[in-house]
Design a protein. Structure first.
Lengths: 246, 246
């Protein structure tokens, strides 16, 4: 399927809007993804309003796609709807715990990827914002997510106004294991990352950031230990506030 | 895209095997999914060996697809490979924490759904096994997953030997929210679940299980509070053992 094989993240969009019918059709088809016990443990918040995009932007570290895309979608793990149904039907729900969060997050992420595939197949471009789980507390407040609802993914969507190069990927043999996990030897690591390290743009990154290795760009600049620990604390606190930590 | 719109889970497979080239091609294309900072935080374990399938079956509550499918794929959140690369390149990794698990699980789940779409587009059928996160400790042991690797999804794959009915889905309006989350009133809950509750097969479930409501089938039989709490404890212990709880 060429739309998956040839895809690239799109961060610049034309001013063309996405009709509601098209958006809803794509979402409806995306909801055909596998879901635990057919419970559909997700909700999607559609942001089109400029003021709402402005509010969401800081939660996404001010990435410009949030305001420049015609549509921003926040996919949430949602056990609220199902729990309300149980309570209304004399059933005793028990979904206020970590495994239930993971189950609902899984449902939501499968739908997220399905939506991205369908959007791209229909000529749209998307950007996946990993920042959603860095500042979930802010997103919960802005989108007024009740207990048992937790944001897990944000996608900006629009018609592409750029055609960037496709990024590199690691060799298949570095990711796929036959029968058991074959742990990596130093030689394997060298070989798996050789192509990435040799790319001119990555050599350039190392040069302008004055690091010794490409890996240090990740550990010292982009995804730092201290940040991960601080974001883990926020994640934990937000899961607790949303009622998933019993 | 009709292969997504018309999909259904396939639990019965013909004896036809899946050629390695086809499987690897689908996986390679699936790895085009969005990935955090292009780190590709996942590994895939391919199970074809009958003895390995037998070993995995109890972890999946003896679901017959595990032994009857030609291929079983276990998708794992993997920060081991990346961390080894960092250590080998004088970089100080900090990915032994909950946010890093969630980031890697997200990467792995996007790839999982991409693989399912590509497999179905190529005439294969898949079944998503949610049991992976119920007994992750058993899977870690059988597949010999090292620290910073955690199984998050299992897919059985093969050529379909059945064409089941498509299951119901909730109405779109019950899942999609405009601008902010509009919490559900009792009337909305009634309306959202009306179709599901009226389905003859669901009325039949209620009858043969002697429950008063369909919701009770979920809370009292399929996804019980006590089970969720016990599985949450296993999840937590396994994440800790795999090094994601610092």
């Amino acid at each position: 399927m060429n739309s998956i094989k040839n895809r690239r993240t799109i961060r610049k969009y034309t001013s063309q809007d996405i009709p509601n019918d098209l958006l809803n059709g794509l979402l409806e088809d995306a909801f055909r993804a596998s879901t635990m016990g057919n419970m559909q443990l997700y909700s999607v918040i559609v942001t089109r309003d400029a003021a709402m995009k402005e509010k969401l932007t800081p939660a996404h570290f001010n990435q410009p796609m949030v305001t420049s895309a015609p549509v921003v979608l926040t996919f949430c793990a949602d056990f609220n709807r199902f729990t309300k149904w149980c309570l209304q039907r004399k059933a005793n729900p028990g979904y206020d715990n970590p495994i239930s969060f993971l189950n609902a997050a899984t449902d939501a992420l499968l739908v997220t990827q399905n939506f991205c595939t369908l959007a791209e197949e229909n000529g749209l471009g998307i950007c996946y914002l990993g920042t959603t789980v860095y500042n979930p507390d802010q997103i919960v407040e802005i989108l007024r997510l009740p207990k048992l609802v937790m944001p897990v993914a944000t996608i900006t969507v629009g018609y592409p106004d750029e055609q960037p190069e496709q990024p590199d990927r690691l060799p298949l043999s570095g990711i796929v294991h036959e029968e058991i996990y074959h742990d990596y030897t130093p030689d394997m690591i060298d070989s798996i990352y050789a192509h990435k390290e040799a790319l001119p743009e990555n050599k350039h990154f190392v040069e302008i950031n004055h690091t010794e290795t490409l890996a240090q760009i990740f550990t010292d600049i982009r995804y730092k230990k201290a940040d991960n620990e601080s974001m883990s604390a926020t994640l934990h606190a937000t899961l607790k506030a949303q009622g998933f930590e019993k």
